[in-house]
Ligand binder design. Structure first.
Ligand SMILES: *[C@@H]1O[C@H](CO)[C@@H](O)[C@H](O)[C@H]1NC(C)=O
Ligand SMILES: *[C@@H]1O[C@H](CO)[C@@H](O)[C@H](O)[C@H]1NC(C)=O
Ligand SMILES: *[C@@H]1O[C@H](CO)[C@@H](O)[C@H](O)[C@H]1NC(C)=O
Ligand SMILES: *[C@@H]1O[C@H](CO)[C@@H](O)[C@H](O)[C@H]1NC(C)=O
Length: 267
């Protein structure tokens, strides 16, 4: 009797939503970006998208879909002197970063709690799916989605829904742990890789371990890898202080890990 009464309580405490991290808790350079974007803004199915193409010959049947954090398209990465989406293009992929924030990226110092009210799945998913449809109409057969913070939630959804070929996620927010990963285990065929930060106050190392408990040790046959980067915080895979070698190495390490995962899993 006692055990039965405890069960719903245990389930409730074990499942938790990863909190969104405050805008000011992310590293931001005070300097303007030293580099110009290589790509351009286009419209796909009526949605603003930053498109950046490799210099070399590209495979038109493959694309990287980059789902940004809450700072969206107006935010280039500063001190390490690269625009993040352009790094993916330089690695050989046509790369698309959709404005799935509907023209309402949050400024530094913006209030995430107030902002999120207008950025639920009901508002965010339609532009995202419109862009995916446009890419498929253009002949893209395999999409590698890579998502950061807020974008980590949506890459997880695309993995759950078997919409893409491969997914990578860094310091995700707003996910339900472990429920969202149990859903992946139950219904997905898509390999997923997660980069997390030791000092993240959102997707903490404890959440990461809970995720491993669901997907790790070969429990998820399509493929699962998680890599933790020590001594860095939320947002590390997107922005790094160029004067801090630990941050620079972690950002590059996250990129390299995701790139290698994507290259392994695209056919
Ligand atoms: C693309 O559009 C966003 C949002 O309007 C803007 O902030 C950004 O500077 C534009 N990027 C380019 C390369 O034109
Ligand atoms: C942020 O917005 C929420 C909801 O509108 C509000 O309750 C809170 O006081 C705001 N925080 C700050 C620091 O303004
Ligand atoms: C994934 O599927 C669920 C259930 O059908 C749906 O509610 C959600 O909008 C989908 N999300 C994405 C990003 O495709
Ligand atoms: C960047 O790192 C350097 C070296 O650790 C430090 O002095 C500087 O204050 C940092 N800049 C920012 C904006 O955090």
């Amino acid at each position: 009797m006692k055990v039965l009464l405890l069960l719903p309580f245990l389930a409730a405490v074990q499942s938790a939503v990863v909190p969104a991290v405050d805008t000011e808790a992310h590293f931001h350079s005070s300097f303007p970006s030293a580099v110009e974007p290589q790509g351009k803004n286009i419209s796909l199915n009526g949605v603003l998208v930053y498109e950046t193409l490799p210099q070399q010959k590209l495979d038109p049947t493959k694309a990287v879909l980059l789902l940004t954090d809450v700072f969206g398209l107006p935010s280039p990465d500063n001190l390490v002197r690269s625009i993040f989406a352009d790094q993916w293009a330089a690695a050989g992929f046509q790369t698309y970063a959709p404005d799935y924030l509907n023209g309402d990226a949050i400024p530094v110092g913006g209030n995430v709690t107030a902002w999120i009210v207008n950025h639920g799945e009901a508002q965010t998913t339609p532009p995202l799916l419109a862009v995916i449809k446009a890419l498929k109409d253009r002949g893209v057969k395999q999409i590698a989605a890579t998502g950061y913070c807020f974008g980590g939630l949506y890459v997880t959804r695309l993995v759950q829904n078997n919409t893409i070929t491969v997914g990578t996620v860094a310091h995700p927010s707003l996910l339900n742990v472990p429920t969202d990963f149990e859903l992946i285990k139950a219904q997905s065929r898509i390999p997923i890789e997660i980069n997390n930060a030791e000092l993240d106050t959102g997707f903490t190392p404890a959440f990461a371990l809970q995720t491993d408990a669901v997907l790790g040790d070969g429990q998820y046959s399509p493929g699962y890898l998680r890599k933790q980067f020590d001594a860095v915080a939320h947002g590390f895979a997107v922005r790094a202080n160029g004067s801090d070698p630990v941050q620079v190495a972690a950002k590059q390490g996250a990129f390299d890990t995701s790139l290698s995962w994507i290259k392994t899993h695209l056919k």
